[in-house]
Design a protein around this ligand. Structure first.
Ligand code: PEP
Length: 255
């Protein structure tokens, strides 16, 4: 499939940054700068910012995402958030399996899969993050790691449901480190992810999936990364907290 036919998506991952008031101010700065974007623009924000973020982006082309969700509808899961709660406030996307969740909060491929299935069942669009550790890259097992994550994280996800899944390739060694994968490295793994999807589903289904790169993407390197055939967008951490930098990445994706 022609890359231009896939939906380019630039999503900010704010992580644990910004209070509700600060979120409103940042989104008020971002929305006019990205108003004419020719790609999907998303801000994934902390739970307590969701209501303010949805209000601040009402009537704009910026969509709001959450940074996680639980698989149960309700119950004794202190500190967790259900898909129903996210839907009711107007959330459309949800980041799942981010390496920080895997690294610090015990997230596994099994729980990423459960969350992904629940998000899809609720009508949310999951941005499923996969990526290798530096040690895994050095041991030459990047493809093995990615193939395993794709297979397990999407276990039991139907071809129909796959249409609402976004994959973010985020090499863990490039997240928040200032070390970006080269455009060729990003392309190589994003192409590998598409090939895995083709094996698990079929080529048409794989060709339609938006695959983002994430890992120190910024206004200086976005053009080159996004010029690659299999890099359909970006999941942006640090640079998504600066309106002008985020807008410049959105512009690069719109070109
Ligand atoms: C991320 O948090 O998903 C990310 C890619 O962070 P950064 O852009 O800061 O590396």
């Amino acid at each position: 499939m022609d890359k231009a036919k896939r939906k380019a998506i630039i999503a900010g991952n704010w992580k644990m940054n910004k209070t509700p008031k600060e979120a409103t101010a940042l989104l008020n700065a971002i929305t006019p700068l990205v108003a004419d974007a020719d790609c999907e623009v998303i801000a994934c924000v902390p739970y307590v910012d969701l209501a303010a973020a949805i209000e601040a982006t009402a009537g704009t082309n910026v969509k709001i995402g959450a940074e996680n969700c639980h698989w149960a509808e309700s119950g004794a899961f202190t500190g967790e958030i259900s898909t129903g709660m996210l839907k009711e406030v107007g959330v459309e996307y949800v980041v799942l399996g981010h390496s920080e969740r895997r690294q610090y909060f015990g997230e596994t491929d099994e729980t990423v899969n459960k969350r992904t299935k629940a998000a899809l069942a609720a009508g949310l669009k999951p941005i499923v993050c996969v990526g290798e550790l530096l040690w895994e890259r050095e041991c030459n097992i990047t493809e093995e790691v990615i193939a395993r994550q794709i297979k397990l994280d999407l276990w039991d996800v139907t071809e129909e449901e796959l249409k609402n899944v976004v994959i973010a390739y985020e090499p863990v060694w490039a997240i928040g480190t200032g070390k970006t994968a080269t455009a060729d490295q990003a392309e190589e793994v994003c192409a590998f992810i598409r090939a895995q999807l083709a094996k698990l589903y079929n080529q048409d289904a794989a060709d339609a999936v938006t695959i983002q790169y994430g890992g120190s993407m910024n206004d200086g390197n976005a053009d080159e990364l996004l010029s690659k055939v299999n890099v359909d967008g970006g999941l942006i951490g640090g640079a998504s907290l600066v309106a002008e930098k985020f807008a410049a990445i959105v512009k690069a994706a719109s070109n």
